[in-house]
Design a protein around this ligand. Structure first.
Ligand SMILES: [Mg+2]
Length: 383
């Protein structure tokens, strides 16, 4: 089972400005291009929640934001404070936040993979892999702690979504903002997603929204009723969506959207690609030994333990097994075997690990009958 969290700071740039300039407290704030009294050319980067109440949002032309502010002013409401962004400072605050998050994660659930379990996706967003905790209850208490620590140390709020994959976690973090915590378990995905407007699906931009709305598809539930064939037809040619996105292959986007509508997503936390990760255990014996019965028993216990970690990791298969042996004199040898097909069973792991171990008992790998000090077993090529 996978447990993924998406952490998203609330109105990050505006929140940092508000925190650092007490005179701005409680005012509507827009961080973005200079509005130049309605003649500015850039866009809004971040609007805080007070400014959002005026209808201002990120990516809006800053002149439009200025107009909305003027309108509010005429109605006797406070005018918006426009601030040009100071990226450097936001970067520093971001580093502080994710260092803090990383420390909490390290204590709560040490990474099973070399890539770690924190993936920063932007200055104010990250995915966390909490699978090794084994339950959503535990994961919820860890992310609650993360929220509390960020608030107490950095005086900033964030919203967190917890789900069985990155897609659900991301939609969930956006569900209750600001300062939200939304948990969506595997069996709640359907009820959570179906009533949502299709625009809530990450990557689905305004153009696709219009095309789909035209055929009466408004919610995720509507979208699920469209066949893959039809989706591919409707979404037709490769095209661009939004700014900065790459054109997608028509068929690729059709199937991607089809899967997203079901809430399916198997993309890993980055750094955990196949090959980059392994799960392993090792044991140093109390006394160096060459007793095959004893060592075989210990190896079986290690494989069972590796298997438990593998099952908790949320990954589905592995393809390589490595056995490590360290002799009395600290000389260390590895033997490994790559299977033809990905596997996931303890029996297979145990069988392959024992086959790799046996040559260390005889002249094949141990002609001078050296005693063994440590053994280890590891699985690799995990998916
Ligand atoms: Mg944010």
């Amino acid at each position: 089972m996978r447990i993924i969290a998406h952490l998203d700071m609330d109105a990050f740039f505006a929140a940092v400005e508000e925190r650092d300039r007490p005179r701005l407290k409680g005012r509507p704030i827009v961080v973005g291009a200079n509005p130049e009294d309605g003649k500015g050319r850039g866009v809004v980067s971040t609007a805080n929640y007070k400014a959002r109440a005026y209808g201002i949002h990120s990516a809006m032309p800053v002149t439009r934001a200025w107009e909305l502010s003027e309108k509010a002013k005429k109605e006797g409401r406070p005018e918006v404070v426009f601030i040009t962004p100071s990226g450097h400072r936001y970067g520093e605050v971001s580093d502080n936040i994710f260092t803090l998050v990383g420390k909490i994660l390290e204590q709560a659930c040490p990474p099973k993979f070399e890539g770690g379990n924190l993936e920063r996706v932007s200055v104010d967003e990250a995915f966390l892999d909490l699978s090794s905790l084994g339950s959503f209850e535990k994961a919820e208490s860890v992310v609650s702690k993360i929220k509390m620590e960020i608030l107490s140390k950095e005086k900033l709020t964030c919203s967190i979504g917890l789900g069985p994959n990155k897609l659900i976690a991301k939609i969930a973090s956006d569900f209750k903002k600001p300062n939200g915590l939304t948990v969506v378990r595997e069996d709640e995905i359907e009820a959570f997603l179906e009533p949502m407007p299709i625009r809530k699906i990450p990557g689905l931009g305004p153009k696709t929204e219009i095309i789909l709305n035209q055929i009466g598809v408004k919610t995720v539930k509507d979208l699920k009723e469209v066949s893959l064939e039809e989706l591919n037809k409707i979404l037709g040619k490769p095209r661009r969506e939004g700014s900065g996105s790459r054109p997608r292959k028509a068929s690729g986007w059709g199937i991607a959207l089809y899967k997203k509508a079901q809430g399916l997503d198997d993309s890993p936390i980055s750094g955990q690609e196949e090959g980059a990760k392994s799960i392993g255990e090792q044991e140093t014996f109390a006394k160096d030994t060459l007793d095959p019965n004893f060592i075989t028993d210990r190896l079986k216990l290690l494989t069972a333990s590796v298997m438990r970690s593998f099952q908790k990791s949320g990954f589905e298969s592995f393809r390589a097994v490595v056995v490590t042996v360290r002799f009395s004199g600290f000389e260390t040898k590895n033997r490994s075997y790559t299977l033809k097909e990905p596997v996931s069973e303890l029996k297979t792991l145990e069988f392959e690990a024992l086959k790799l171990l046996y040559p260390f008992f005889d002249k094949r790998e141990n002609p001078t009958k050296k005693k063994i000090r440590l053994i280890g077993v590891r699985i690799e090529k995990i998916k």
